[in-house]
Design a protein around this ligand. Sequence first.
Ligand SMILES: Cc1cc2nc3c(=O)[nH]c(=O)nc-3n(C[C@H](O)[C@H](O)[C@H](O)COP(=O)(O)OP(=O)(O)OC[C@H]3O[C@@H](n4cnc5c(N)ncnc54)[C@H](O)[C@@H]3O)c2cc1C
Length: 240
Amino acid sequence: MDKFRVETIAATANPQQIVWAAMHQDYSEEFVWDERDRFPEESKAGELIVKHLIAGNRGHWGPLEHPQIILNVGYFPHSMMQQIRTHRVGISFDVQSFRYTGSRIIDVIEDKRNIEDVFYLRPVGNYTNRQGKRYFYSEEQRKQDLKWCLEACKLYQQRINEGLAEEHARSLIPFDARQHFIMSCNARSLMHLLDLRWKKDAQLEAQKFCELLYLRFEEWMPHVAHWYEENRAKKARLSP
Ligand SMILES: Cc1cc2nc3c(=O)[nH]c(=O)nc-3n(C[C@H](O)[C@H](O)[C@H](O)COP(=O)(O)OP(=O)(O)OC[C@H]3O[C@@H](n4cnc5c(N)ncnc54)[C@H](O)[C@@H]3O)c2cc1C
């Protein structure tokens, strides 16, 4: 899958147990902290929250807003980052801005970095435009486009050498420079994002991002993730 990466930096421990505790407090007469030694273990808690909170699309999503995951997303094109950053509720981002550094652009000219590590171009292959018209993106076109990126790196270097600030010279960078970012969200907002960006009319690279995001979700909250995969994934359901 290209060079794309989604890695977990940190995540709330025992997330399914936490969701269970939140659900339990909704109907318990007791202060649930006092019962913490009797909380169901993580896997059992996962089964219980699927059964009592989300199976049958009951719409009781609040308890899923407590556990948080912090991810490092890498090597995706700028355009994909823009799409993901439209999600505002329950999600925070820190994105490389090219205001403070652009040395990786210059590294390309100095042969310290491969141009494909810095810019993203779709692979050679068959594609369809938004009107359903098919076209072929050829090896030759891709070569020319890489050359265009290289020329832009040269001009960027020239402008930096002439004294321009990085935030000024960044206007010259081709649109789909790869841009790393940190993203944090809760389990509910994660599923909302998957709902909107894993469906077939989402940008191809956003769908790839969702494939990797799902893997991190599955490691973290396996019962909820499996329920999600069976019931909502790629089905363009209205988001939770
Ligand atoms: C296939 C696709 C194509 C798109 N194309 C474009 C495009 O061309 N240009 C463009 O600018 N955007 C585009 N978008 C972005 C889209 O319009 C939304 O901004 C984006 O998907 C964020 O989702 P969300 O509104 O669910 O926000 P989130 O921040 O993820 O919010 C979660 C939920 O909170 C509620 N909510 C959040 N903010 C508000 C609010 N201000 N008022 C009321 N309720 C709110 C809604 O119920 C929302 O679903 C596209 C999205 C998709 C999936």
